[in-house]
Design a protein around this ligand. Structure first.
Ligand code: ATP
Length: 346
């Protein structure tokens, strides 16, 4: 069996013109009354087959909850979710047959060897013995665990555990793979390896992958489309390039003190300014400036070279004392900052 050999036989009879993942006004609430949390608050997703889609957002944004609903682990409180054309509530069995999932924490018995952990997973899904064997061979090569596969999982490094977890998610030859924070806490070398496997799976197998991340570079590097999620809602959606282009030409960061709000209001009146925000540090987060001042982010409509001087002049006129000014190409982090007034913290 190859990674995707089951795909054709498992295809629903209704044809192949459906999205790999679709949600309509998906809602999940936890608790009740005053303690109620709307973890997912009307999420609409459309993921094309063969795409890598990144749900990018900070801790607590609702990413894990969205994945848990789509992988049928928990029911939604409202709205609909479909995976490969099947409803995640009324056709949960069909959905489970078609998906693979890896969560942030490994769910495998760490006393087992890597190989046995994969075999147990295959048996759980009633895969025939010879298919399990073939699949293990193939996946061990993919995630480069040949040396370690017969050692107990508890002797694995964090990166090795993640790679094994990825192999486990692929054991049943899924059509759609869900990866919850696949590189959380990994060093750059191990992140790169996981990124390579993910790209390979999409390129060679045409797998649809929905991953969650709070690393903006992960979303930028890997994803065909990105949904930026905050407080249970998708606040922006598009290709990384579309999202970044929506920011204007360049982003200027000004640090200083004084009449910050007056300065920002004045900036917003100027035609070379696409948007301007005061950066609000979150509770517990270090102040953005060492001087204890404020930080203002400005998206420019124009090329920056011409616009720095007017920004400094405007600051002076508004009574804002500039301590530092920097200019850079925008990133997905700036998109998040513009939309929420907060930073995505790595
Ligand atoms: P993280 O990466 O930190 O897990 P996330 O974006 O995946 O963040 P979720 O885990 O989906 O976010 O959590 C969304 C919100 O729902 C948070 O406020 C969280 O505290 C809350 N929440 C999640 N699971 C539960 C639960 N079982 N009971 C109550 N509240 C929950």
């Amino acid at each position: 069996m190859t990674l995707l050999s089951q795909t054709g036989s498992r295809a629903p009879q209704t044809g192949r013109d459906f999205l790999a993942i679709e949600t309509v006004e998906l809602i999940k609430t936890y608790g009740s009354g005053q303690n109620q949390v709307r973890a997912v608050d009307g999420v609409n997703l459309k993921v094309e087959r063969g795409h890598i889609y990144a749900l990018l957002g900070p801790n607590g944004a609702g990413k894990t909850t969205t994945i848990s609903i789509l992988t049928t682990l928990i029911p939604p409180s409202g709205g609909q979710g479909r995976v490969a054309g099947f409803d995640v509530v009324t056709q949960a069995d069909e959905v489970r047959q078609l998906i693979g999932v890896t969560f942030q924490e490994t769910v495998m018995d760490k006393a087992l060897s890597g190989r046995d952990a994969l075999i147990v997973h295959g048996r759980l899904y009633h895969m025939p013995k010879n298919e399990i064997k073939e699949q293990v061979e193939e996946l061990v090569k993919l995630v480069e665990l040949e040396e370690a596969i017969d050692r107990p999982v508890k002797t694995y490094s964090g990166g090795m555990k993640r790679r094994l977890e990825l192999a486990r998610g692929l054991m049943t030859g899924p059509e759609v793979l869900f990866l919850d924070e696949p590189t959380l806490g990994l060093d750059p070398h191990n992140r790169d390896r996981i990124w390579t496997y993910i790209q390979k799976l999409r390129a060679e197998q045409g797998l649809t992958i929905l991953l969650t991340t709070h690393y903006m570079d992960e979303a930028e590097q890997l994803a065909d489309r990105v949904g930026i999620i905050d407080a249970g809602r998708i606040v922006a959606e598009g290709t990384p390039q579309e999202l970044i282009s929506s920011m204007g030409a360049d982003v200027v960061t000004v640090e200083g003190s004084g009449a910050t709000e007056r300065f920002v209001a004045a900036l917003k009146q100027r035609e070379f300014v696409a948007w301007a925000n005061i950066y609000q540090p979150e509770e517990g987060e270090a102040e953005p400036t060492t001087l204890g001042g404020t930080q203002v982010q400005i998206g420019l409509n124009d090329q920056a070279g011409r616009s720095l001087r007017p920004i400094i002049e405007l600051a002076e006129q508004s009574g804002y004392l500039v301590a530092d000014i920097a200019i850079k190409r925008p990133s997905l982090n700036d998109v998040f900052l513009k939309l929420t007034g907060r930073r995505l913290r790595d």
